[in-house]
Design a protein around this ligand. Sequence first.
Ligand SMILES: NC(=O)c1ccc[n+]([C@@H]2O[C@H](COP(=O)([O-])OP(=O)(O)OC[C@H]3O[C@@H](n4cnc5c(N)ncnc54)[C@H](OP(=O)(O)O)[C@@H]3O)[C@@H](O)[C@H]2O)c1
Length: 294
Amino acid sequence: MFLVTGATGGLGRRVVRLIREREQSVRAFVRFTSRYSELENRGAEIFIGDLRREKDIEKACKGIQYIISSHGSNETSGSAQELDYRANIDLIDAAKKEGVKHFVFISVLGCDRGYEDAPVFKAKRQVEKYLQASGLNYTILRPSGLASNLLPLAERFRETGIYLSIGDLKNRSSVVSTDDLAKIAVDSVTVAAAKNQIFAVGGPEILSREEIPRIFGRIFKREPIIINIPLFVLDGVRAVLGLLNPELQKSLGTFRTLLANEFFCTPEEIERLETIFDIKMESLEKFLIRYLGA
Ligand SMILES: NC(=O)c1ccc[n+]([C@@H]2O[C@H](COP(=O)([O-])OP(=O)(O)OC[C@H]3O[C@@H](n4cnc5c(N)ncnc54)[C@H](OP(=O)(O)O)[C@@H]3O)[C@@H](O)[C@H]2O)c1
């Protein structure tokens, strides 16, 4: 049986769907307040808990063979230290106790670049090292931006034609289809060449940020109005917020790091991924058309 954390998230729910489509058993770790009925309807076993509680993690791991750690911190969930770091360390410890056969960890592209001001990146890198030293079989996936994150922006664009972007529009990324990432995560436990490996995971094309509203424009057949906010404006807001809420200021460091840097995969990295996982990575445009049906 699989255990999937973050099972109600953009990635996690796709991972659960795929496991159920393959008629395998899966336990979905969800919060009491989450919307998890879809997962239940698909036949997932629901485990209600909080990843900030070690006891919940230990209980959730009972009888599990494979773990896919796909949760992450956000504004309502807790800090990077609690969720991206501590919860994963607890999961790895519980996996060892339980004799789990394979642990898949969703990390982030660029976590090994040593960004000082990015708590999530730091936490992910520390977890990677802990997992590598744990003796468990593992696969570490380092995705760039997830295409599912762009769906609400695309919906807003459909209504208004407006695309809001912060930072340099020339910065590049290789946005990955969240469905492709889910497939790679699930296949990691069976593909022999994925054992004890780290993979950069991205879409097939390297896109500058200004290309994203152009894609929206093509799909919805309207001219994009791009509003570009310079990074120093975010820095100003962050400095003021820091006086009121130092924790929020810290967590905005990850957001700033994402905006200020480039996160894309090389063609060699994509080729390696496609060969090992026998997959043709989907473009952002195809992903959006599939979901928004324009
Ligand atoms: N999004 C990106 O562009 C991106 C890029 C690179 C890497 N990643 C990584 O990819 C993974 C998936 O990202 P995503 O965008 O799919 O995440 P997401 O949509 O933000 O989902 C986060 C999940 O974590 C769960 N969660 C949060 N706090 C919890 C708690 N205290 N106890 C139990 N569950 C909790 C959330 O549950 P609720 O539904 O209850 O909130 C949700 O299911 C994460 O590890 C993320 O760091 C994401």
